[in-house]
Every structure is written in C-alpha cells, then in structure tokens.
Write a protein of this length. Structure first.
Length: 241
C-alpha cells in the first residue's frame, strides 16, 4: 500500500492509468497500468484520502509498478511512499470508512486501516470463479495479458472517454475495430488441473485453465476452439455459455 502526494498527483495518474481518476470523488477506482503496446503490467485500486491518493496493489507487483511510475514522474510534483496501512475485506454490511469494491458487488467492501488483518475467512476464489473475475498474478499475467480479453470493461477498470494513457491506442483499437478472439470464460471442470495448465481441443492448443472451485474454473480460451469437450491434463472441461 502506497501514498501518492503532491500537487500533480491526479494529473500524473490520469495520463498513465486505464481508468478515469476523477472517479475518486465517488469512491475506489479500479485501474491498470499497461505497456505502450497495450499489455497488462499491474492492476490496482486508487483510494481517495486527505491530500493524497492511496495505491492498493498486490505485493508481488508493487516493486515493478513503482519502478515504472518513477520512469514517468519526470518533473511532476508527485511523491510516492509506503502508506503503512493494511487492507481488510469483507461481505455484508460495510464498516465505517470502507469502500465498495468497484469490480463487482459480490466482492463486498475494502477497508484501509492501520489495524492488522487476519487470514481471510471467505472463499474469494469461489466468488471470483462464479463472477468470472481475474486475479493479479494468476489470470492476469504481466506483459502478456490484454485487459479487454480479461474483462476489464465489465469490471469497470477501463474508461474509453477519459483521453490518452499509456497503452490507450491499442486498447481502443481492440474495443472499436476488432472482435475479441480470445478471452477469460467460465468452464465446468471434471477433475482438477494445475493452474496455468494447457487446455486442448481435439489435441490442438485452445488456452489455459486457472482458478478452480466447486466444479468450475476460469479458463483463458480461443473462442474458435472452445466448443465441445476440452482437456487439461486428466481433467475434462466444457465452456459455460
């Protein structure tokens, strides 16, 4: 968790990330930083705070994200430092100061606090599979994934009217000039397969299987091959329409 301060903080982020930073006036903003070629680098939440914007990013992505932000900072009046806060998550009635997760109502709320967090008592993977929501470092793969193929429009993580940002041209072209040929979908799965295992359709590569829960999973598939019974190791899969 990081704190971004300085007079240029909002303008700085607005020119970099996939979503409209002005949405902070209503709550959390879910967004991504992309390469100039439009590939995913990191996803995160921007959080409104007094005289600052908090950056809530998965620990495994934090170091690389901070290096990339430093490259773009140049002479902007912006400072980035650890915030010393923890993230608590839950479902049901939100405690004071918590924010609704903007990706999907099923993901409940997020609270930013100095209080220590405990191990999650909620099966978030089952919720993600049920709602087809990718996770950083699992379905979302740095320098490989394209955010529209991973459902960012449905998850309110990209804005097509905000103006330029890094990777915007490729993302806009995918939105307006091409039909997506690959994407993240739900599948029924009989058995289990390692996360990232190759999915085959009639012996031909068709994609990969990722998170699995309660007889279903999230798979990244080529749509032209994702028909009928699929195979991932010893597991049998079938796309859920």
């Amino acid at each position: 968790m990081f704190r971004i301060t300085g007079a240029d903080r909002e303008r700085f982020l607005q020119g970099l990330v996939s979503n409209d930073v002005r949405g902070l006036r209503q709550g959390l903003v879910y967004a991504a930083l992309l390469t100039p070629q439009g590939k995913y680098l990191a996803d995160f939440f921007l959080v409104p705070a007094p005289e600052a914007i908090l950056l809530d990013v998965r620990d495994s992505l934090a170091e690389a994200l901070l290096r990339r932000l430093a490259l773009y900072r140049l002479r902007a009046d912006v400072a980035i430092e650890p915030a010393g806060l923890n993230v608590l998550r839950g479902l049901g009635a939100a405690p004071p100061g918590a924010f609704a997760d903007p990706r999907d109502p099923a993901l409940g709320w997020r609270l930013y606090t100095a209080a220590p967090g405990g191990p999650p008592a909620i099966d978030w993977d089952a919720i993600r599979v049920d709602r087809c929501i990718p996770e950083s470092g699992i379905e979302l793969i740095p320098e490989d994934s394209y955010i529209l193929e991973l459902g960012f429009e449905r998850l309110h993580g990209v804005d097509f009217r905000k103006g330029c940002y890094v990777g915007q041209e490729v993302t806009a072209r995918m939105k307006h000039k091409a039909e997506l040929r690959k994407g993240l979908v739900q599948v029924e799965i009989d058995g289990t397969a390692p996360v990232g295992a190759e999915v085959l359709a009639g012996g031909r590569p068709a994609g990969q299987i990722f998170t699995q829960a309660d007889g279903r999973g999230l798979a990244f598939l080529r749509f032209d091959r994702a028909e009928g019974e699929l195979q991932a190791g010893s597991a049998r899969l079938r796309r859920i329409a």
